[in-house]
Design a protein around this ligand. Structure first.
Ligand SMILES: Cc1cc2nc3c(=O)[nH]c(=O)nc-3n(C[C@H](O)[C@H](O)[C@H](O)COP(=O)(O)OP(=O)(O)OC[C@H]3O[C@@H](n4cnc5c(N)ncnc54)[C@H](O)[C@@H]3O)c2cc1C
Ligand code: SF4
Length: 338
């Protein structure tokens, strides 16, 4: 048994004060990731600061026509909220493709952003892992790396970011609102998660003494032409081998604007603006989609067990773009059963 203290934060300023005062403390929201990591001895916070009762559970319209989602909005409430389901269906689909109903009821928006990798060796404390113990080495590079990354890897770490929700947020160009001792700031979702480089222990650009307060969606939600396509080993309770979130605007057969991001392939949701630019103004055709997929994957590098992901990603991109362009998005789990 490893002892830890428990304290409840009274408000956001109190949460920031408490985390800034103790570098070994951690926030706890739904606890669905952090408690597992503590049970496995991967994380050892000496103090848990419970933020679950802070007033950050609202979804509100912004003056610019978008939405502000409080960091404590549960994943289920977010996915089923009428404004999300109607205006940002790619986000609803991505959330509902993750975890299970029970987990989504507990999991918070902020916690989902900050969930940690599912690399097997990160959880296995008997093996070297630079993310868990900087400088110890990376067991995945020469080990079982079937679920690991093919883009943006480094010699220090080839882990993937596990969230489905974040892949849709990158496609939507969301912003993350945070508060810290120096005040409030806004981080673009594209800059929120990091590539591993030489410091894979840092998953994000959030400072250790900052709290996520909200996620803001811009007005454009791509509600007519979208898809979230998740390829995994089984249809529920499994993380993505490859996933693709797409949002498009189409006029006739011409693509006016396209955004897409990949999950399961890198240390952060992977967006490549050059591939999106290659779609703009083009016919929505298999050839156009294949060209965009080739561009995204031009620097992909497989390891012993995950090289198959390169071809899988290529086919998933083409299928997802095709579905979005037709306006027939995959929606296996975003419709309530009557
Ligand atoms: C069996 C299982 C299957 C799963 N499958 C999927 C899946 O398929 N797809 C998927 O996307 N996810 C999946 N998940 C992960 C799940 O989505 C996350 O565990 C959940 O979103 C984390 O949210 P939480 O509120 O419980 O976070 P916590 O566990 O409470 O916290 C996670 C981390 O975030 C930090 N944190 C929390 N809130 C804040 C905040 N506001 N500001 C700063 N730091 C904060 C905590 O300190 C901690 O480090 C699965 C989880 C489990 C257990
Ligand atoms: S890939 Fe990253 S998380 Fe996995 S063992 Fe290597 S350093 Fe650790």
């Amino acid at each position: 048994m490893i002892n830890f203290e428990y304290a409840r934060a009274n408000d956001v300023a109190d949460a920031v004060r408490q985390i800034a005062a103790d570098p070994t403390a951690k926030f706890i929201a739904g606890g669905t990731n952090l408690l597992d990591l503590m049970k496995e001895d991967v994380e050892r916070p000496t103090r848990l600061i419970d933020i679950s009762r802070l007033p950050l559970s609202k979804i509100e319209e912004t003056p610019g026509g978008g939405l502000r989602i409080g960091a404590l909005v549960p994943n289920s409430d977010l996915a089923w909220h009428p404004m999300i389901a109607q205006r940002y269906p790619v986000l609803a689909s991505a959330i509902l493709a993750g975890a299970s109903a029970q987990l989504r009821n507990m999991a918070s928006t902020g916690g989902n952003l900050l969930q940690r990798t599912r690399c097997f060796y990160f959880y296995d404390t008997t093996t070297p892992c630079n993310k868990r113990e900087p400088g110890s080495g990376c067991s995945a590079i020469t080990g079982i790396n079937r679920i690991n990354a093919i883009l943006g890897t480094s010699d220090a770490c080839i882990a993937t970011h596990p969230s489905d929700m974040c892949v849709a947020l990158v496609t939507l160009d969301a912003k993350v609102h945070v508060a810290g001792p120096a005040g409030e700031r806004v981080i673009s979702i594209a800059d929120f998660h990091r590539l591993p480089g030489n410091t894979p222990q840092h998953d994000t650009n959030l400072d250790a003494n900052e709290i996520v307060t909200a996620v803001e969606l811009p007005a454009r939600g791509f509600a007519n032409n979208y898809t979230y396509l998740k390829i995994r080993d089984r249809l529920s309770y499994a993380f993505a081998l490859v996933s693709v979130a797409v949002g498009m605007e189409i006029d006739g057969s011409k693509i006016q604007q396209a955004r897409f991001a990949l999950g399961g392939v890198a240390h952060k949701p992977w967006r490549d603006e050059s591939a999106e630019a290659a779609l703009t103004g083009q016919d929505a055709s298999p050839e156009t989609f294949k060209r965009a997929a080739d561009l995204v994957l031009r620097d992909a590098k497989g390891f012993e067990h995950n090289a198959f992901k390169i071809e899988l990603a290529r086919r998933t991109i083409v299928r997802a773009l095709t579905q979005a362009a037709r306006g027939t998005p995959q929606s296996q789990s975003n419709k309530k059963i009557a």
